[in-house]
Design a protein around this ligand. Structure first.
Ligand SMILES: [Cu+2]
Length: 136
């Protein structure tokens, strides 16, 4: 009887130790997972045109190429800033309707009803200034 009791105690303690170890591991993993989200934090599909020679994703901060992933059927919106002339010019296939060249301010919006990877640049600055909209 006495032996049986102490055996039980040892098993119970071993179980507690394992449990503590598991909790510690889980906590560490949670902290590590928090590092993933860098960037602008704005809505998906919002892109700044300028102020220099650049497209900048308002969502994740990527530039030249500014890369945004949006759901099928949603809209990408480009907003002009700065004093240089720029445009949003679809290149390659699949394509979308390009904007005109404009300077300083204003917006251009395109709705993407079909999935695909849409590449664009600026008609003024060409391959110096690029972006990609991934529709999925
Ligand atoms: Cu440009």
């Amino acid at each position: 009887m006495r032996l049986r009791n102490s055996l039980f105690t040892i098993i119970a303690l071993a179980g507690l130790a394992a449990c503590g170890s598991n909790n510690y591991g889980t906590g560490g993993g949670g902290v590590g997972g928090g590092g993933g989200g860098g960037g602008g934090g704005g809505p998906v599909g919002s892109v700044t045109v300028g102020s220099g020679i650049q497209f900048v994703s308002g969502h994740n901060g990527t530039m030249n190429p500014a890369v945004d992933t949006i759901p099928v059927g949603s809209t990408a919106t480009w907003t002009w800033t700065g004093s240089l002339p720029h445009s949003v010019q679809s290149v390659g296939s699949p394509s979308f309707v390009s904007s005109g060249t404009r300077t300083g301010s204003g917006t251009y919006a395109v709705t993407f009803p079909v999935a695909g990877t849409y590449q664009y640049n600026c008609a003024v600055h060409g391959s110096l200034m690029t972006g990609t909209i991934v529709v999925q």
